[in-house]
Design a protein around this ligand. Structure first.
Ligand code: G3P
Ligand code: CA
Length: 241
């Protein structure tokens, strides 16, 4: 089973922060890091899960209505009197580029199924190309049209189509989006393993996020493998490595 850090090490550290990514990059045997991108009012790519900043920062409101400078003033509580900021995508690539070049993978999820963020695909493709890490990046989205656009804009890029059920992922993949992998919710494995045996199946988990306390319950990775899952995105990958 390939283990990914979902939003970085997001059980012990605040999700989608440089701290959570730094901790993930230190893990031996980790396959890759997953993160989410949004687009600011002034056209910058930032790493944040929700469309609004309310849940993890001391601010309120939609990212698409704020400038990068406004977002950078917001604080994310990292405990013990320490604070993180919403990272710009460039900062994450600066942090991870050497690790990526030596084998770590990066799954960039475009959070564009609520707001379709015009130009997001071009911006992220250009940035990844600029950092020379194209071979190490997998783009994903719930929005099949966006993945189709990515494939049209640049040849040779890898994509993974997101949905809750693996059957919905498969039907989207077989459509024009032409994704390279299925990214279902782990409880959405509604096809027999034979139907998906030729695919990479990266399953995501909801789980507990910092600062919630972990439950200590361990997943049965062998049972997940028997369902056809090849990779898992985990908030606490350190438990399995
Ligand atoms: O990319 C897999 C997973 O992260 C999708 O769900 O809500 O955690 O971004 P979410
Ligand atoms: Ca995600």
């Amino acid at each position: 089973m390939n283990i990914w850090a979902h939003r970085g090490c997001s059980q012990r550290y605040p999700e989608n922060t440089l701290l959570a990514f730094e901790k993930a990059a230190e893990l031996e045997g980790l396959t890759g890091i997953e993160l989410d991108i949004q687009l600011t009012k002034d056209g910058y790519l930032v790493v944040y899960h929700d469309e609004k900043v309310d849940r993890t920062t001391d601010g309120t409101g939609e990212i698409r209505k704020k400038t990068l400078a406004e977002l950078k003033k917001l604080r994310i509580d990292a405990g013990e009197g320490k604070w993180e900021q919403i990272p710009q995508m460039e900062e994450v690539l600066d942090l991870l580029k050497d690790k990526l070049k030596s084998g770590l993978l990066l799954n960039i999820e475009l959070k564009n199924s609520v707001f379709p963020y015009e130009g997001m695909e071009e911006k992220i493709l250009n940035l990844v190309r600029q950092y020379g890490v194209k071979e190490r990046v997998i783009y994903s989205s719930f929005y099949a049209l966006s993945l189709e656009r990515i494939k049209t804009l640049e040849s040779g890029v890898k994509t993974g189509i997101l949905d809750t059920k693996v059957s919905d992922c498969l039907y989207k993949l077989k459509g024009r989006c032409g994704a390279d992998a299925l990214h279902p919710y782990w409880k959405g494995m509604d096809l027999p393993p034979e139907r998906i045996k030729n695919y990479t199946v990266r399953a995501w988990f909801s789980g507990h996020l910092y600062p919630e306390k972990p439950t200590g319950t361990k997943l049965d990775l062998a049972a997940l493998e028997r369902q056809g899952i090849t990779d898992v995105f985990l908030n606490e990958p350190e438990m399995y490595l």
